[in-house]
Design a protein around this ligand. Structure first.
Ligand SMILES: Cc1ncc(COP(=O)(O)O)c(C=O)c1O
Length: 492
């Protein structure tokens, strides 16, 4: 029977819950807003509390006999050509760990593109999986990393035939996409699974002009943040499964290790609603976003000193395979300012927030939630920024090493370095020592340093000069990098 995408089981059950005037003697303790502080209700609105009900024993009965979330997951799987879908209310940070744990265990090898998000590195620390790093494709001129190619994975498997599978990030937060079909083939020739961290690709299944998406390209598990490019609420993420290389029950059990026993029904409802919206009108809605992005990109190109990274910049031999235009990455090198300065200026002077920002770029993500009013304001703000740029203090220089200089040797397992004896040493004396922590410029959240890597001077200089220029490093023990946490000498 064809799936009925006009239905949205979680939203419908929530509407029933409200209509029936259910009285709960269960969590959440705010009891449909009645117990919440009026000042909180005023800011959040009662809708937030009314939708915040217990998932089993509230939204559904205690044995989930209505299969409310189950039916919503099945509809999601149908909409994106997966065989199984799992909802996560803990972001793709949970989903990607669940996927990793379903493919490899402690001391087993997993091939991973080194441009992975910090949640992947957290997964390595928690699990004891041994990473075999696969080099991204580096664009040395633009200082940007694109996903590794199928050949890169082929070579890594040849060198590590005992690896249990592979993990690749595509699209990158900048919108560069891998040749997923070719990478999946490399894995499947060995009957090994491919995990795609497609956190930035919620929209991809719904328009033919967007890059091919993981389930269609033959990946086994794919992780997607519905809150990033889709209409889900923050933390709303899904992971999908196809094929017979990973057992669905096992994936569910591994996810259960990490997840909450109190999933937010608000977040589940957001996932369910997004699926219905896309299944019914996805192509039309995404077509509109693509058109708007194309117009906006062209208009930004006309601003003196700004250029928008495009397909021609990211794709080609030795670079990425495909390109998503929606992240809208603006290169500011022509203005002589950093992305950090630009983001601060736009926020302070024009109340406009950019997502990505690095030593030379800002990201102006456009989604189906934008329209000509919002992009008009964006363009006006960017023009003002271009006019203001000459008056900004000279951009502090970030010493970005060439690609080879960014790579450090993985001397110890991330888990062993993280949990072993450590000491904090001044950054000036950290080169040569083994890192015992992650140091991650955020956004986009790709660790420059991860536990077990032997620190080098160029990487430390990149981070200290970056910090002085406004880079945000939320995760090290000393966010100001006066000291760095390293493995104790006698534990190395
Ligand atoms: C590539 C990638 N994977 C995973 C994540 C984690 O996603 P979430 O924020 O939904 O936990 C992010 C977040 O930025 C990401 O960029």
């Amino acid at each position: 029977m064809a799936a009925d995408h006009t239905s949205a089981p979680v939203l419908e059950a929530l509407a029933d819950h409200r209509r029936e005037g259910r009285l709960s003697f269960t969590p959440p303790g705010h009891k449909q807003a009645r117990g919440a502080d009026p000042a909180v209700r005023e800011v959040l609105g009662d809708a937030v509390f009314l939708g915040d009900v217990l998932a089993s024993g509230g939204l559904d009965d205690r044995l989930t006999r209505g299969r409310v979330v189950q039916r919503a997951q099945e509809l999601m799987a149908d909409a994106v050509h997966a065989e199984h879908t799992f909802f996560s209310t803990c972001g793709s940070s949970l989903s990607v760990k669940a996927a990793m744990l379903a493919v490899a265990g402690p001391h087993q090898k997993l091939l991973i593109g080194r441009d992975a998000h910090k949640s992947v590195v957290s997964g390595l620390i928690l699990s004891g999986i041994e990473p075999v790093w696969v080099e991204p494709r580096w664009d040395a001129e633009r200082h940007i990393a694109h996903p590794p190619s199928a050949t890169d994975f082929e070579q890594a498997f040849a060198a590590h035939p005992d690896a249990k599978g592979a993990l690749i990030t595509s699209p990158t937060p900048y919108g560069a996409c891998a040749d997923l079909r070719a990478v999946a083939e490399v894995c499947h020739r060995r009957s090994l699974p491919l995990i795609v961290d497609e956190a930035w690709g919620a929209h991809l299944p719904f328009h033919p002009a967007l890059p091919s998406w993981a389930m269609d390209a033959g990946a086994d598990i794919c992780v997607t943040s519905i809150h990033k490019m889709g209409s889900g609420l923050e933390q709303g993420s899904v992971f999908h499964l196809r094929g017979d290389l990973v057992e669905p029950k096992l994936l569910g059990m591994r996810a259960d290790l990490l997840g909450t026993t109190s999933p937010s029904v608000l977040i589940l409802a957001g996932l369910d609603g997004w699926r219905r919206q896309m299944a019914l009108r996805g192509e039309e809605i995404m077509g509109g976003a693509l058109e708007l992005a194309a117009e906006t990109r062209a208009a930004v190109e006309d601003i003196d000193g700004m250029r928008v990274d495009g397909r021609g910049d990211y794709c080609g031999p030795g670079l990425a395979h495909d390109f998503d235009p929606l992240p809208g990455v603006v290169d500011l090198a022509g203005l002589g300012i950093t992305g950090f300065q630009a983001a601060d200026w736009l926020r302070e002077h024009r109340k406009v927030d950019a997502h990505l920002n690095d030593h030379r770029r800002i990201g102006m993500q456009i989604t189906h939630g934008d329209d000509r009013r919002t992009t008009g304001e964006l363009l006006a703000a960017l023009k003002d920024l271009a006019r203001a740029a000459p008056g900004l203090p000279p951009a502090p220089r970030v010493e970005v090493p060439p690609p080879a200089g960014l790579r450090m040797a993985q001397a110890r397992l991330p888990r062993d370095a993280f949990f072993g004896p450590t000491e904090d040493v001044p950054v000036s004396r950290a080169a040569g020592r083994i890192a015992a922590e992650m140091i991650t410029p955020y956004p986009p959240g790709i660790p420059a340093v991860l536990p077990g890597e032997r620190l080098t001077e160029p990487v430390l200089r990149y981070l200290t000069t970056g910090l002085a220029a406004g880079m945000h490093l939320p995760d090290p023990s000393d966010p100001e990098l006066g000291t760095v946490r390293v493995m104790a000498r006698d534990a190395e």
